[in-house]
Design a protein around this ligand. Sequence first.
Ligand SMILES: Nc1ncnc2c1ncn2[C@@H]1O[C@H](COP(=O)(O)OP(=O)(O)OP(=O)(O)O)[C@@H](O)[C@H]1O
Ligand SMILES: [Mg+2]
Length: 259
Amino acid sequence: MSELSSSAAKAVVWDDVAKVYPGGHQAVRGVSLSVARGEVLALLGTSGSGKTTLLKMVNALIEPSSGWVVVRDRCSTEWDPIALRRSIGYVIQEGGLMPHLSVLDNVALVARVQGQPLREQHSLAASRLELVGLDPARFGRLFPRQLSGGQRQRVGVARALAASSDLILMDEPFGALDPITRRELQDEFRRLQRRLKTTVVLVTHDLREACRLGDRLALLHEGELVQVGPASAFLQSPTDHYVREFFLDAAAVDLPSKD
Ligand SMILES: Nc1ncnc2c1ncn2[C@@H]1O[C@H](COP(=O)(O)OP(=O)(O)OP(=O)(O)O)[C@@H](O)[C@H]1O
Ligand SMILES: [Mg+2]
């Protein structure tokens, strides 16, 4: 377990992990990667490159076929999977909301599971809804089916923020939003992440988003990790032709400078 000797400052380590799905498709091939505590790592790659598979190994929704995933210095197989999942914020593209709970109760869910008093659950949930630009007085009582796709996504982000977790996994969390709302929510999220020093693994197709939010980027191609580092390193010294092409294609955009 090569990366483990220096794992004390790591929130997550993937150590030579592979995933072969039933039917034989090899979705992840020998990936070794880590996320420091308080860091935002953006997982980038084309559709089917293995991003979601890697992400779901962290909260034990997917078990690696070989290799190890270490979360907060403990191998994922040593965690009680339910306890592990409760300790990690998780935002998926569709929001992943409970249809029979109101928006406010959806956001308050983790606080409730953690046994916080009702009043605190609801005031925390309301403040997180405000943070993602949804008025709790207007939206709190609605059910997920009464929201637009982008609003549901924002509730999903609010819920992960309300979990007060030190680790959040995000799978295309801002994909359904218009550019202006997306930018606002990204900025708000980044501010809060810096303040709370939350560790974040963010899956995205969007190079701008990866550069804006990620301290480091990890580019996957057909299940292999092709390069990892700050955005500037990808631009200045791409490791190979694929990396250069990926960035040139995506960066017909002018890349944002990091503030
Ligand atoms: N449960 C499964 N059974 C079989 N194959 C799967 C399963 N889940 C994913 N795969 C395959 O593994 C590969 C990687 O899937 P994964 O969901 O990790 O990709 P991704 O990078 O997240 O793609 P996208 O950007 O489209 O979400 C794909 O080829 C996918 O078809
Ligand atoms: Mg995916």
